[in-house]
Design a protein around this ligand. Sequence first.
Ligand code: ZN
Length: 247
Amino acid sequence: MPEAHSLHRHARDQREALAGQVLSVTSPQRKFDATPFDGHRLQDVQAYGKHLVYSFDGAPDVHVHLGMKGIFLRTDDLSLPPRGGTRMRLAGETTAFSLIAPSRCEAMDEQAFTALLATLGPDPLRVGEAGRDEAAHRLASARAAVGAALLDQSVWAGIGNAWRAELLFLAGIDPTRRVDEDEAGLLWDLAVEHLRVGVDAGQVVSDPTAPDERWVYKRETCRRCGTPVRNWTFAGRVAWVCPVDQR
Ligand SMILES: [Zn+2]
């Protein structure tokens, strides 16, 4: 599932290519009513955790969640016919984005936007260092073990399975226990630092000197010490843990 860095990357790419332009908005798949948005100027695209919110002049917002399978395809050739399975196509002056197989793509009024934000904890890529105290408090006071709390979007927004594995490795923390505020603050610092790199790189980067490598995520052995990585389903997703480096 796409995690916060990729949603912020989508928001940035689409904002740069389309914001300020009058868009042709269509739904070749016909599962989304594009009429209220078609021919309206796109003001902005923002990511909130794993959610994307598009704001238009004179129209409601559009709320997108990619879920497990959703993707965007970009084209700079507007003469190409859209793919039939496209849920929403946003076409500007020179560039179009086609949204395929999202879990959510819907009009959203102000009340629903407020309700969405109320379900989300702080997003490391939105509030950064300024959110540290609140983020540390929320994580340390979560009743669940840290490996479950990190995936709970109401605790922190935007962390998925790959970041859970790599951030807990970097902090030296086993996912099955709880954390205190100092450890939670350290995890937040790691999240802010690494997710920013991830936005630019377009992938999970847990070691900036080796951006294509992971420490434990989907590995057989720990990249630091060589110990076999333990993996098992924890809080609904497969946890990846070095039993030597994480306590
Ligand atoms: Zn290790």
